[in-house]
Write a protein that binds this ligand. Structure first.
Ligand code: FAD
Length: 466
């Protein structure tokens, strides 16, 4: 006989969207059940996404800075890599955060059920747990079941062919690594493995790395990695992978396709797909699109009024900060608040070396939409701080609406671009114009000044470049 639990709100999936929604609903006085298939809370982001990748990217950054400073009079020699210790350190960071979530859930009296959940009716989810079946009856549900890496069915099943989760496991450092997909995840993992000593080839089907960002913002990154990586193959696809004893043989397609090559490791980073088709949604009448996304309105409501959905499972961009904000909205709407998810922009950041960050309208989009805009690109070669840290390849670009001078978009490439973009996001959310940013006194000498300089450039009021 299966156990039964009755609750106000059930949350399916404990990633950034799910735990945020569960915490907010509990804080608003609701009885909450949180269902998660894995033993650890935190979802993709904390366990196999944002956090472990950033822990490894930090190691990569230190290695890269040690290399840079050798041109300024200090040499450390070749780094000695203890892969077990790096892995243990990364795991300790993840464990701290996921353990913390467990404590925070307990403090709120949230009942966490570990097991795979499926809708069986509009007010019922059945969970397969290690101890048997549990049926949760709920007034409202929030689906936060996330996404998973796209697999290419024709590629061989082989331990040397991995996805981002495999790459983050850091089993070893391959001699020669092929990264399929020149998007954020592929390029971040390339940054890590390059720093640890692997020879990297990146293959991207499209004409540009980091599709979605303006090409001029991606260029400084491309310039730097072109010198360091074995190859960057644009407009090229991988036609086939073949598992051989000596390695994985990759055959390429496209006009510039090289001869077939052997690699010790192949990372497949060609995108992520939502888990919408895996949760028994049809049993509750929830509409799902062909790709497996669950359509929602601005209150995160699905077509079934008491069922909400948030995070990667509702659509692009698949980013943790989007999931978190959507999670709050869903919980607040369920608690009777007047909330809606209506951001002016959701920023994107690639934590590569250099970092690439963008928000609002890109120049490509502004052109395509026929918007009358003006832009300024401030070169970091004129920033005292960028020169002082030996990284002057950066650019800070602002796009403003021609008549109103309002900020429409920004793109930044360079050290700490991911931190720097936040000011532009705030400006956009507050409806700031370029003069607002130009008149704001930024501390000197900082990289944050470059945003002030770009604003002054676009307004024609810039005097000093330093
Ligand atoms: P998820 O985090 O996917 O969580 C869903 C949870 O639901 C999972 O724990 C899953 O086990 C559980 N689940 C699914 N189905 C069921 C079921 N039927 N029963 C029980 N449990 C279930 N985003 C950023 O913003 N910044 C970054 O730097 C960043 N880096 C990334 C790096 C990598 C390598 C990857 C892969 C992703 C990265 N992302 C990053 C994306 C980010 O991880 C996701 O956008 C985010 O995790 C989405 O949160 P979510 O709550 O929608 O779902």
């Amino acid at each position: 006989s299966a156990a039964e639990i009755q609750t106000d709100v059930v949350v399916l999936g404990a990633g950034p969207g799910g735990y945020t929604a569960a915490f907010r609903a509990a804080d608003l006085g609701k009885k909450v059940v949180l269902i998660e298939r894995y033993p650890s809370l935190g979802g993709v982001c904390l366990n196999v996404g944002c956090i472990p990748s950033k822990a490894l990217l930090h190691v990569a950054k230190v290695i890269s800075e040690a290399e840079e400073v050798s041109h300024h009079g200090v040499s450390f020699g070749k780094p000695k890599i203890d892969i077990d210790q790096i892995r243990a350190w990364k795991e300790s960071v993840v464990a701290k955060l996921t353990g913390g979530l467990g404590v925070l859930a307990k403090q709120r009296n949230i009942q966490v059920i570990h097991g795979v959940g499926q809708f069986v009716a509009p007010h019922h989810i059945r969970v397969e747990t290690a101890e048997g079946e549990v049926t949760v009856t709920f007034d409202s549900a929030i689906i936060a079941a996330g996404s998973q890496a796209v697999k290419i069915p024709t590629f061989p099943i082989d331990p040397r062919v991995i996805d981002s989760t495999g790459a983050l496991q850091l089993a070893d450092v391959p001699k020669r690594m092929l990264v399929i997909g020149g998007g954020i995840i592929g390029l971040e993992m390339a940054t890590v493995y390059y720093a640890l000593g692997a020879k990297i080839t990146v293959v991207e089907r499209g004409p540009q790395l980091m599709p979605g960002a303006d090409p001029d913002i991606v260029k400084p990154l491309l310039k730097r990695i072109e010198k360091r990586y074995e190859a960057i193959l644009l407009n090229t696809s991988v036609a086939a992978l073949e598992a051989k004893k000596e390695g994985i043989l990759a055959t390429f397609g496209g006009d510039n396709a090289p001869e077939p090559q052997l690699y010790d490791r192949v990372l497949v980073a060609v995108g992520r797909r939502p888990n919408g088709k895996l949760i028994g949604a049809e049993n509750a009448g929830i509409r799902i699109d062909d790709q497996g996304f669950i359509p929602v309105d601005k209150q995160q409501r699905t077509n079934i009024p008491h069922i909400f959905a948030i995070g990667d499972i509702v659509g692009q961009p698949m980013l943790a900060h989007k999931a978190v904000h959507e999670g709050k909205v869903a919980a607040e709407v369920i608690a009777g608040h007047k909330a809606a998810f209506d951001p002016s922009t959701i920023p994107s950041v690639a934590y590569t070396d250099p970092e690439v960050a963008w928000m609002g309208l890109t120049e490509t989009e502004a052109k395509a939409q026929g918007i009358a805009y003006e832009k300024a690109s401030f070169p970091w070669a004129a920033s005292g701080r960028a020169l002082s840290i030996g990284r002057d390849e950066g650019i800070t670009k602002l796009i403003v609406e021609k008549d109103t001078r309002r900020i429409l978009g920004a793109g930044i490439v360079g050290s700490n671009a991911g931190e720097l973009i936040a000011e532009a996001v705030l400006a956009l959310e507050m409806g700031a114009d370029a003069q607002d940013i130009g008149l704001t006194i930024h501390p000197h000498p900082t990289l944050s000044e470059t945003l002030g300089f770009a604003a002054e450039m676009v307004e024609g009021t810039i005097t000093d470049l330093y």
